[in-house]
Design a protein. Structure first.
Length: 302
């Protein structure tokens, strides 16, 4: 049966007779750095392309099984969640774990909280048998054929794998450690990715990734909001193409977070007026160029 819509004429009666009453419209080209807008499978070539900004998204379907996701999510719902610093990020985002961004000026406290931040991941390992960070490291190491590890600062390891609970979305922002981590080891990376895994099926909740790289400090002076401090005015994105990355439970996705991006709130309806909560786990991946006897390395952190 053919679909009909309440505000449109029935099929077969629609007329386009007046479509060009003011003359034919002209077509114009919009430039893009991406060679395709389609999700790409994970390979060495696609990993390099997403680092280099030649494609928007790499996707690995069913990285976590439905059974694993359900068990891990049940543990999440029993776990005490905190939130991002609401001066930086608003609306409020529930989190388990810590981020370097929320501790930019307090490196000592960031590393002091590392053990506590891993408590949720420890429960996943002990109760479900899933070490999500090791699993991500393993697939990256197999694909890139180079060392992959947690980022380190001297003898201290960074935390990686923050759990986020989002119902009202996240505003336009970008992430790039050389701009946000001066004096930190991760500030020495040359390129950056982020990976995400969604636990639960939600209506909507897509991530919009814009073909527009963060250029500091010019973008900050011109477009950064006073509140929340990590967000930017969307007018800066006019004329730039975007990729809508569909939220699919269990898939592992990679994109370049130096591209401005936002997370849309989950869809609501008359029967469900309150947005669903979107649960994800994620971290950053940085390309750290080799120095001396040290090889090129991929490092993870949150």
């Amino acid at each position: 049966m053919q679909k009909t819509f309440f505000n449109l004429p029935s099929a077969g009666t629609a007329s386009h007779a007046n479509e060009h009453i003011f003359g034919l419209s002209e077509k114009h080209n919009v430039q893009t750095n991406w060679r395709t807008f389609e999700d790409q499978p994970l390979s060495l070539g696609s990993l390099i392309d997403v680092f280099a900004g030649r494609i928007p998204v790499v996707r690995v379907p069913d990285f976590l099984t439905e059974d694993e996701r359900e068990k891990m999510l049940q543990i999440v719902k029993e776990h005490q969640l905190g939130s991002y610093d609401t001066e930086n990020t608003w609306p409020r985002v529930g989190v388990a774990g810590i981020t370097q961004y929320d501790h930019i000026s307090d490196k000592e406290r960031y590393f002091a909280l590392g053990e506590e931040a891993r408590s949720l991941q420890n429960r996943w390992k002990n109760e479900v048998g899933v070490d999500v960070i090791d699993r991500v490291i393993a697939i990256l190491q197999k694909t890139a054929n180079m060392p992959v590890r947690l980022a380190t600062e001297g003898d201290k390891e960074y935390f990686a794998g923050v759990l986020r609970a989002i119902d009202r979305g996240i505003g336009v922002h970008a992430d790039f450690a050389p701009y946000e981590a001066a004096g930190w080891e991760i500030g020495k990376i040359a390129a950056q990715l982020t990976w995400n895994i969604l636990f639960n099926k939600v209506p909507g909740g897509d991530t919009l990734i814009y073909d527009r790289l963060w250029q500091a400090p010019d973008d900050d002076l011109a477009w950064r909001k006073e509140f929340p401090r990590d967000s930017y005015h969307p007018q800066m994105l006019q004329g730039h193409p975007f990729k809508a990355m569909k939220a699919v439970p269990g898939d592992l996705t990679f994109f370049n977070p130096r591209n401005f991006h936002e997370v849309k709130a989950c869809d609501t309806s008359r029967d469900h007026p309150v947005p669903a909560v979107r649960f994800t786990v994620s971290s950053f991946v940085g390309f750290l160029p080799g120095r001396g006897s040290q090889p090129d390395t991929l490092v993870l952190w949150s």
